[in-house]
Design a protein around this ligand. Sequence first.
Ligand SMILES: Nc1nc2c(c(=O)[nH]1)N[C@H]1C(S)=C(S)[C@@H](COP(=O)(O)O)O[C@H]1N2
Ligand SMILES: [Mo]
Length: 375
Amino acid sequence: MNYSNQQSTQQEPAAGPAPGLPPAAEPTAGPLTPEELQLAARNHSMPLEALRREVTPPGLHYVLTHFDIPDLDGPSWHLRIGGAVERALELGMAALRRDPAITVRVTLECAGNGRSLLEPRPLSQPWVLEAVGTAHWTGVPLAYLLGKAGVQPDAVEVVFTGADAGVQGGVPQQYARSLPIREALRPDVVLAYKMNGTDLPPQHGYPLRLVVPGWYGMASVKWLQSIDVVKAPFTGFQQQVAYRYQDSADDAGTPVSRIRVRSLMVPPGVPDFFTRQRFLRPGPVMLEGRAWSGEGAVTAVDVGIDGSWLPAHLDKPAVGYAWRRWTLPWVADPGEHVLACRATDITGATQPLEQNWNYQGMGNNVVQQVRVTVE
Ligand SMILES: Nc1nc2c(c(=O)[nH]1)N[C@H]1C(S)=C(S)[C@@H](COP(=O)(O)O)O[C@H]1N2
Ligand SMILES: [Mo]
């Protein structure tokens, strides 16, 4: 396949197939670029040792922000709900806090997680494996507010627009994404004003964000400013150009939605500072980690020790779309070892052993490998 010079001159997506990403995003086999380093320093992942915790403290939860983090004033913030509704609404934070609230435990993962492992590597945020986190999100069910506004019968999608703005692929925009009406009316989709029991931190969407359990993170719009019910599919950049599984720049591709099954392991022992290679003493060690899927329950995790697979013990079933803990006792014998973990969900989907390449580097749920030296 030739990845070079596949240019797309089209900018604003109209109806019809999506144009590809602009040439700046051509995949490369070369070393990390200054632009990737810049993004990596702004957007951080979850240190793998935080997998020990059922709920991720906000400072350890991964963060992905396309543009700048807006500095918003909560007390004067207003959410507008309009478009194809019976009654347009404008709600301040005080009013939203008086509405019925729910708390959902949700594992969020960036769709680009695993991107930097791909060869060639799509140029974007260069995640390794840990662009994930699990939090308790508290707020008003979206369905409750859509019920109050009254969705018109011929509506097809709901568009969510954040307060953050910038340029991506040459297109000036505010960050915006849509959901089909069916998903928007799910009882667990929430307009959250709290993360783990306190006000949202600035980087996670203060004062208000959407949380869509089971979907990759791009659906959960932060700094939520407006909700528009629409009668035709939304064609904004983050919907029609970004977040698609594409073979090449010219392929319209298919939209990214639910999180593919994945498991991760807490790397055992202690790391080398620079290489992160692990060092461990011989003897019994409890391997542990967590597994999740946006398609439904995780039903099995297999742990690979130097290429032989053993079924891990799964803890109690997960709550909603949160991760599920797994453990496997191992007796480490001296030498070099490669550990791996591989989850399967209720649909029968299982993590690939080999890379599953696509042009934007989306949904790469390849199995994690951890090299350990036992001595
Ligand atoms: N307004 C806005 N919402 C956004 C984004 C953004 O850049 N702007 N990034 C999205 C992406 S790609 C992800 S993966 C999640 C990350 O959420 P977190 O930073 O709270 O972990 O937010 C989503 N919501
Ligand atoms: Mo993301």
